[in-house]
Design a protein around this ligand. Structure first.
Ligand code: F6R
Length: 358
């Protein structure tokens, strides 16, 4: 740990301070989210893709930073999804997959064994397949099989390519008839995000929301709660805090957490320092808001700190992306406060290497 952690909770979160722990420029990748969305749109439109109507819907198969795009895309579609959209993070695709199902295999590296297995099982079941990747064995197999490939730009950490993964999933949704095309909404969302980058980015005042949140969460185990549209965003916060700030973080969803986790909070002080973050959607139903209010009140006394945040924007894609941006920034600021490099995830690579030898 470097001396930047000497008085972490008070330490400034300027561009310079982040740069001290961030040689690979993860902050820059988060701040470029609006441009990445536009670039992703352009790439998806330029990729030569077949219009495949698949009446049984869409399965997105991937792991970690490559799976989250499918989950966020599904949240952004909400009630506009006209066919089932299912995200699987496993070695296989659901047994109900048929030749009328589209399977999008998403792997940034193209080398993730679970996703390679899904690609093969989708082929064995005769499903239509599409691949989104930078290359690797997944691209090789797809090219050999004549399966369309949506190419991704190289040079990112897989989790930092989230804009590309969301747009690719939405493009495939439209191509297979599982939902409407959101091109213009994504374009508008990119402009909306630019304002939020200014509001929450490193050049914003030290008491701006994202910096405040990072200081409030520092030294605690955050537990993130989502509901409806914010459920996959809560999971994104968890995984970004895990991988960027290298610390434990957990997520759960309402209403389910009111039937179990709520009781666990009663003993929180005795077993650790837990903070609570509630991700509210500005468009949630009054009943969900009432439930979140009550749940927060009941948990807050047992948490080191408690925060209630709301999505920003008009359309669902704007609202989803607003809290994805906030969580990504908070995770980088937390890494800075902890004095850790947000980029490499060596332990994940070590695990993959160890598995490859077995
Ligand atoms: C690393 C990351 C991981 C990977 C996951 C799958 O930045 O986010 O969660 O996304 O290990 O690897 P890929 O994305 O290459 O299929």
């Amino acid at each position: 740990m470097s001396d930047v952690t000497a008085t972490p909770a008070a330490h400034e979160l300027s561009r310079e301070q982040v740069a001290r722990v961030d040689p690979s420029g993860q902050l820059g990748d988060v701040l470029a989210l609006p441009d990445q969305l536009r670039d992703a749109l352009w790439r998806a439109e330029s990729a030569i893709m077949q219009d495949w109507d698949t009446s049984a819907g869409l399965v997105v198969a991937g792991m970690g930073g490559s799976a989250i795009g499918g989950a966020l895309a599904r949240a952004a579609l909400g009630d506009h999804a006209s066919r089932p959209i299912f995200v699987t993070r496993a070695y296989g695709i659901p047994a109900w997959t048929t030749p009328d199902t589209m399977v999008l295999c998403a792997s940034y590296s193209g080398e993730t064994e679970e996703t390679l297995a899904c690609y093969e099982s989708a082929g064995a079941l005769g499903a239509k397949r599409t691949v989104v990747t930078t290359g690797g064995r997944l691209a090789e197999m797809a090219r050999a099989d004549g399966v369309p490939v949506i190419p991704l730009p190289a040079g990112f950490q897989p989790r930092a390519a989230v804009a590309y993964m969301i747009v690719a999933a939405l493009e495939v949704v439209a191509l297979c008839g599982a939902g409407p095309r959101l091109t213009s909404e994504i374009d508008v969302a990119a402009s909306h995000l630019e304002q939020l980058v200014t509001e929450w980015g490193p050049d914003a005042p030290e008491d701006s929301l994202a910096k405040d949140l990072a200081r409030g969460l520092f030294g605690t185990t955050p537990v993130i709660a989502g509901a409806g549209l914010t459920v996959p965003i809560a999971y994104r916060w968890k995984t970004q805090i895990n991988e960027n700030a290298k610390q434990p973080c957990f997520s759960h969803e309402l209403p389910e957490l009111d039937h179990n986790e709520l009781a666990g909070w009663e003993g929180a002080h005795e077993v650790g320092r837990f903070s609570a973050v509630f991700l509210d959607d500005s468009d949630a139903t009054p009943r969900v808001k009432q439930r979140m209010d009550l749940t927060e009140q009941m948990i807050a006394g047992n948490a080191v700190a408690s925060f209630r945040l709301e999505t920003r924007g008009q359309t669902a894609i704007e609202r989803v992306l607003s809290l994805v941006l906030l969580g990504d920034l908070v995770s980088i600021y937390l890494a800075t406060l902890r004095g850790v490099d947000p980029g490499p995830v060596k332990v994940l690579d070590d695990l993959k290497a160890a598995l490859a030898k077995l």
